[in-house]
Design a protein around this ligand. Structure first.
Ligand code: HEC
Ligand code: HEC
Ligand code: HEC
Ligand code: HEC
Ligand code: HEC
Length: 178
């Protein structure tokens, strides 16, 4: 019965069927973490900014990093500077304290990861992080941290799938032999 039900849903011209999403959405929607300031990607992207105006991957380094507060202040010295959130922003700027943004995506420590190899391979932010142009508060919407997701895209792109490309062998020291 189940087999018939599955076969009935196969489109007549399977070759033109939409390819599966390369990075699937998370199964259940996750709440956005409470951030130190109510930063909205929707508002800022609507004003014509691009991702790399705020997120850069310093070389050497694997992370996309969060913008320095001076980037924010280049606009907010004047824009909305009487709003409570911007007054708090200016306090971070004046004190030199980094804004303690709460991380949304985070790979299990120890797994090899780098934005650079993926951007150099021509992948877009949107593939892994979704479309943020309508997003007020970033929540985990893409299942990018799962090993199966990494591997299925690597297979599709003929990128390395050997265990050691993402996991280092433990050293004797890790195993407590030294
Ligand atoms: C005006 C600066 C600005 C721009 C432009 C911007 N971002 Fe951000 N982004 C931030 C800030 C600040 C945070 C931290 C607060 C948050 O999570 O919303 C952030 C957080 C994120 C996160 C969550 C990171 C984590 O913790 O895992 C992702 C993913 C992200 N941005 C991707 C993008 C992409 C993709 C674009 C372009 C479509 C973009 N951003 C454009 C400032 C910006
Ligand atoms: C290119 C200019 C520009 C930059 C850079 C910029 N913003 Fe904004 N920001 C805006 C504009 C425009 C608005 C909308 C103002 C309004 O609605 O009155 C805004 C609104 C906001 C608000 C909402 C204010 C309120 O309560 O209405 C917050 C919070 C904010 N920005 C934080 C940030 C942070 C944090 C950064 C740096 C990561 C940043 N902005 C960088 C232009 C900018
Ligand atoms: C191949 C998938 C992929 C692509 C493409 C990608 N990201 Fe990410 N991003 C991730 C993963 C996975 C993490 C978690 C990394 C970690 O834990 O160190 C992440 C984390 C982040 C973070 C949190 C800070 C950091 O780097 O640790 C920001 C900001 C971010 N990405 C922005 C972007 C932007 C902007 C682009 C496009 C220029 C982009 N990402 C492209 C998968 C991707
Ligand atoms: C959307 C597709 C996609 C996703 C998702 C993806 N990757 Fe990749 N990855 C690639 C491509 C393409 C390359 C580049 C291969 C090349 O240049 O030969 C690559 C390269 C790498 C490399 C460098 C391998 C080497 O030895 O050169 C590592 C490490 C890596 N990815 C780890 C990860 C991890 C960990 C994840 C999941 C958290 C992940 N990737 C998710 C497409 C992806
Ligand atoms: C493209 C990158 C990639 C490759 C290749 C890869 N892994 Fe993983 N692996 C990951 C990521 C990312 C995680 C973390 C997943 C999570 O936290 O859900 C992980 C987690 C694991 C875990 C669980 C570890 C823990 O702390 O829970 C094991 C075991 C594992 N991998 C074994 C393997 C083996 C064996 C191979 C080779 C057959 C392999 N992996 C190949 C990316 C990869």
């Amino acid at each position: 019965m189940l087999l018939f039900a599955l076969m009935a849903t196969v489109p007549a011209n399977a070759q033109q069927a939409k390819p599966a999403q390369r990075v699937p959405d998370t199964i259940a929607p996750q709440p956005a973490p409470v951030q130190p300031l109510p930063f909205s990607h929707k508002t800022h992207l609507a004003s014509g900014m691009t991702c790399t105006n705020c997120h850069i991957n310093p070389d050497p380094g694997t992370a996309m990093t969060f913008p320095v507060t001076a980037t924010c202040m280049s606009c907010h010295l004047t824009i909305a500077n009487n709003k409570p959130a911007i007054i708090r922003l200016r306090e971070f700027s004046d004190s030199g304290e980094k804004i303690p943004w709460v991380r949304v995506y985070q790979i299990t420590p120890g797994v090899s990861w780098s934005h650079r190899v993926h951007l150099d391979a021509g992948l877009q932010c949107e593939t892994c992080h979704g479309d943020l142009s309508q997003t007020e508060a970033v929540a985990k919407t893409k299942a990018i941290e799962a090993m199966a997701v990494c591997i299925s895209c690597h297979q599709e792109h003929e990128a390395p799938v050997e265990c050691v490309s993402c996991h280092a062998w433990p050293t004797d020291q890790d195993l407590g032999f030294e």
